[in-house]
Design a protein around this ligand. Structure first.
Ligand code: SDX
Length: 472
């Protein structure tokens, strides 16, 4: 596979060269967000916690003015050129690239965690085909939790009782409590009823690494199942001979990817794995900081990532390009959008005021795929994207530091790999689970529940007036 995919490695190395050449022209270093933090720390905070420092981390660093991204000290271009999503997940979680033995053990753990048959079986009982893919993915992580954490088995497992056999409509609700002896359903555990499964001590505290491995591996399988069910097909068993990236393409499309497609999906997963204190990572950490558990924390990360201002942008970009649908119409569309002060999906970033390094790799990958296998439609959309990029950088790049971000080209890459647009954001989540869980594990080493303040701008000293005396 290495020989066939060498051209992808060359493409990434060229993208790095181009990025470094560009950087010389951008303004100097931003206020340093590096080095150990001596609490309490001074920072200038804007709305949406812009500029706020939430914690110290060794996991990843985004240099917004230079357009640089590193994971545990390694440059993202180098990891894309030489590493794999499995290796990068290990690096994010454990701090170093794995040795041969560590890689072997970790990969077999992920392989073991990839099959989640109970979760998929339960998921199929829900109207997944009518659900937003991210809502279904989040539901899947809750179902995983049901099966996998000792907390549920021990104390709160609602399905310890035989489930109610009647269907939804025939389950009456009591209009007023009529007391135990009239209760319609006996919810008391039947004498000698089923005991919760033996609590498996190996889980240790709810945030041991096991849930982390289960989620990094299992969320990909759930994403595959969500797409298959949406399409009215049965979920596919993961193929143990395929890598994480290869399985993801296989379980979603039903087709084993070519070595090049597998390599490109792997690079895309590496690019999306971690990105500092973004909204979904922060959401995950806030939930975990209350000592909830990893499954519910990842569920909150999925919820946050869903928004079109965040991970949901990758799908919005494709819709936007389809709306323009012709490079010749890009200028008119762009002028109109600027006049209406509307945001262009896939552009801008809270931290990057330079070209997002991830887009520097995804752009050439999109070009490679479009040239080698793109349909006429995707060729047109790619040409439209290039035209829009030119216009937007000319107008907004230098003046406002608005450049393409990770979401601008990722949808074209996914489309060329046969991934439907409804699954784009779910793929972002499949990768970002590695960053979410890594940062939770790191933060919980010195946990402190997140609890910022709001400035009260309301009134004081109001007297209570009963509703009868209040004027309409
Ligand atoms: C991701 O944080 C992360 O790291 C996120 C992420 C990750 O890996 O986790 O990188 C993933 O979420 C990437 C971003 C995907 N979202 C989009 O592509 C949606 C479009 N982008 C914008 O919504 C916006 O750029 C944000 C949300 C990404 C960042 O917004 P900010 O930092 O809150 O900026 P802002 O809304 O305060 O805008 C500042 C100025 C405004 O102009 P003025 O009012 O000062 O004149 O920049 C303008 C904005 O109008 N602007 C844009 C723009 N983004 C900002 N103008 C046109 N098009 C845009 N996309």
């Amino acid at each position: 596979m290495v020989s066939k995919t060498k051209e992808i490695t060359t493409l990434i190395k060229n993208a790095k060269k181009e990025a470094r050449a560009e950087v010389k022209k951008t303004p100097q270093e931003e206020a340093p967000y590096t080095g150990p933090v001596k609490w309490p720390v001074n920072c200038i905070v804007g709305p949406g916690l812009e500029g706020a420092i939430a914690c110290e981390s060794k996991i990843g660093y985004v240099n917004g003015s230079k357009g640089e991204l590193i994971y545990r000290g390694y440059d993202i271009f180098d990891l894309c050129a030489h590493s794999s999503f499995e290796e990068v997940s290990y690096l994010l979680l454990h701090g170093e690239l794995p040795t041969g033995k560590q890689h072997e053990r970790f990969s077999s753990q992920l392989l073991h965690c990839r099959r989640v048959p109970q979760t998929i079986r339960t998921l199929m009982g829900f109207p997944v085909e009518k659900m937003n893919a991210m809502a279904a993915l989040r539901l899947g992580t809750n179902l995983m939790r049901q099966e996998s954490t000792y907390v549920d088995q021990e104390a709160y497992r609602p399905d310890r009782f035989p489930s109610i056999s009647a269907d939804e409509d025939s389950i009456p609700m009591e209009t007023r409590p009529r007391g135990e002896k009239h209760a319609i359903y006996e919810f008391k555990e039947k004498k000698g009823g089923s005991k919760p499964k033996e609590v498996d001590k190996k889980y240790g505290p709810p945030v041991g690494f096991t849930p982390t491995y289960r989620l990094i591996s299992g969320v990909a399988t759930i994403a595959g199942a969500v797409e298959r069910i949406r399409r009215g097909a049965l979920p596919l068993e993961p193929d143990p001979d395929l890598s994480h990236a290869g399985n993801l393409v296989y379980m979603i499309t039903g087709r084993r990817p070519t070595p090049i497609e597998e390599r490109i999906m792997d690079v895309t997963l590496i690019l999306h794995a971690d990105h500092g204190m973004n909204a979904s990572t922060f959401a995950t950490m806030v939930v975990a900081s209350t000592l909830s558990d990893m499954y519910l924390a990842v569920g909150s990360g999925i919820a946050a990532l869903n928004g079109p201002l965040h991970g949901g942008a990758n799908a919005e970009v494709l819709k936007m390009l389809r709306e323009i649908d012709d490079p010749k119409k890009a200028k008119g569309w762009f002028e109109q959008t600027c006049e209406k002060k509307k945001k262009i999906m896939g552009f801008g970033h809270r931290v990057y005021k330079a070209y997002d390094p991830r887009a520097r790799v995804l752009g050439p990958l999109a070009e490679y795929l479009v040239e080698n296998r793109g349909s006429d439609e995707i060729k047109r959309l790619y040409a439209t994207a290039k035209e829009l990029e030119k216009l937007a950088i000319a107008r907004l790049g230098e003046t406002k530091g608005i450049f393409p971000n990770v979401d601008f080209y990722s949808g074209i890459v996914y489309s060329c790999l046969g991934i439907p647009v409804e699954m784009f954001t779910a793929l972002f989540a499949v990768s970002r689970v590695a960053g979410w869980t890594s940062r939770v594990m790191e933060y919980l080493e010195n946990n402190r529940i997140f609890r910022p303040r709001a400035v009260y701008a309301g009134s004081f000293g109001k007297k209570y007036v009963p509703v009868a005396k209040r004027e309409e």
